[in-house]
Design a protein around this ligand. Structure first.
Ligand SMILES: [Zn+2]
Length: 130
């Protein structure tokens, strides 16, 4: 079933310490706002909404109506969604591996923003948010 793990009701997800991309979400809801970092150059850095799964690709819809399929790890979650449903993205580039990653609301409001993606931070053992 291409729609497995999707739902059209409930709240949309924001980035947390343990979930930063669409892949991390157990339930991926239609309409979930995402930030695209994928392979299609002219769409890189664009905001889109998750529609449905097509085989293993997450199909997203851009504001101009274009539908494209992405690996769910290429779709970053918003940092915050306000009470009107508008998603805000705080995307940073890792100083080590150049991957882009979303800040969590906590990180965005903290005094010091992380400069490494969660993977690199875990590897170098610099995580202090125990
Ligand atoms: Zn990194």
């Amino acid at each position: 079933m291409p729609t497995a793990g999707t739902s059209s009701s409930g709240e949309f997800a924001c980035a947390t310490a343990s979930q930063r991309t669409l892949k991390d979400l157990r339930t991926k809801r239609k309409g979930q706002p995402v930030f695209v970092v994928g392979h299609v150059l002219e769409r890189k850095g664009a905001e889109a909404t998750f529609e449905v799964f097509n085989v293993r690709l997450a199909v997203v819809k851009f504001s101009d109506g274009t539908l494209l399929g992405y690996d769910p790890v290429e779709l970053l979650l918003p940092t915050e969604i306000d009470d009107k449903g508008v998603a805000y993205f705080e995307i940073r580039q890792c100083s080590k591996c150049d991957q882009q990653f979303p800040l969590t609301a906590e990180e965005a409001q903290g005094e010091v923003e992380p400069t490494e993606c969660p993977d690199c931070a875990n590897e170098s053992g610099l995580r202090t948010d125990s």
